[in-house]
Design a binder for this molecule. Structure first.
Ligand SMILES: NC(=O)c1ccc[n+]([C@@H]2O[C@H](COP(=O)([O-])OP(=O)(O)OC[C@H]3O[C@@H](n4cnc5c(N)ncnc54)[C@H](OP(=O)(O)O)[C@@H]3O)[C@@H](O)[C@H]2O)c1
Length: 267
């Protein structure tokens, strides 16, 4: 989607004052895309920080995600209204199905149609999915059409490049958002990434983020530290040479960090 800033601020794990501080710092530094979710338990803190920031509403892109317990057709919209209340917003910019329904208890089509209805009611400007495999994304496309799907947000970093999922989304004109783009810090100690960073006078985090951005993915790193938030925000200015991108491509090792017991069978 064209109005989503390609670098956003993740908020998973951030609770209470730490969530408020991270979002406040992020907005002060210039982040204009915040990623939260019902299950993170911090929508109220995100809303508080957004309101206190004084940044005009139209300048910030806010994403939330519907938890698995709210995927049924008669629950989804009420849960999104509750999220909006916590976020102190009339509309979010993007709402995602956070995970496919465990054991397919709620059919994909039912959730997608409820999500489309939420969009039609103006509760969310755009809609999409997260943690969808290619087979599930095909079901979502069949339900609401590819043009209605703004993104598939998936775990993606140099150690899990998710090439099949990215290629399938691209074929259907659906944007990929890379979550956990730093592999929760794991890729920062990688010698290949560290060497590129040293040569370019950049940080390993900037190199990892620049690699995802070069592939055309949005990235949503999180940090509790203002200096890391500031440094990460500069990643889009870092242009990697083709050889450096190829060297990072070579780091793929299928290392998935997020796979709860209700996860789908991954591609
Ligand atoms: N859709 C989903 O199912 C799903 C699942 C997981 C995550 N997500 C989203 O993706 C976001 C990002 O994932 P994540 O937060 O799990 O992991 P991440 O962004 O890959 O990594 C965050 C970790 O990296 C560290 N870090 C960040 N910038 C750094 C820097 N410049 N230098 C050194 N260390 C740095 C942070 O530590 P410090 O705090 O010390 O900086 C933190 O420990 C989440 O917050 C969430 O919004 C979505």
């Amino acid at each position: 989607m064209n109005n989503m800033p390609q670098l956003g601020l993740g908020t998973f794990r951030l609770q209470g004052q730490q969530a408020v501080d991270s979002v406040r710092n992020g907005l002060e530094l210039g982040y204009r895309h915040i990623d939260t979710a019902q299950i993170y338990g911090n929508e109220a803190e995100v809303g508080q920080a957004l309101e206190a920031s004084g940044v005009p509403r139209r300048e910030v892109f806010v994403t939330t995600k519907i938890w698995t317990e709210h995927l049924a057709g008669d629950k989804l919209i009420a849960s999104l209204k509750d999220s909006l209340h916590k976020l102190r917003l009339e509309q979010v910019d993007l709402t995602l199905i956070h995970w496919p329904s465990p054991q397919n208890a709620v059919p994909v089509a039912e959730s997608m149609q409820a999500l489309r209805e939420a969009r039609d009611q103006g509760l969310s400007a755009a809609i999409g999915v997260s943690n969808f495999t290619n087979a599930l994304l095909a079901q979502a496309i069949a339900a609401v059409g590819a043009a209605s799907l703004a993104t598939n947000q998936v775990e993606l970093h140099p150690y899990l490049q998710n090439r099949s999922v990215a290629a399938f989304a691209r074929e259907h004109g659906i944007h990929v958002t890379a979550y956990m783009p730093l592999a929760y810090g794991k890729v920062l100690a990688d010698p290949v990434i560290a060497a590129i960073a040293q040569r370019l006078h950049a940080t390993p985090a900037q190199v990892a983020l620049a690699w995802s951005l070069a592939k055309g993915y949005a990235v949503i790193p999180s940090s509790t530290r203002r200096e890391n938030l500031a440094a990460n925000l500069k990643a889009p200015a870092l242009v990697l040479a083709a050889e450096d991108i190829a060297a990072i491509d070579g780091l793929e090792r299928g290392e998935r960090l997020v796979s709860p017991d209700f996860a789908p069978v991954w591609d």
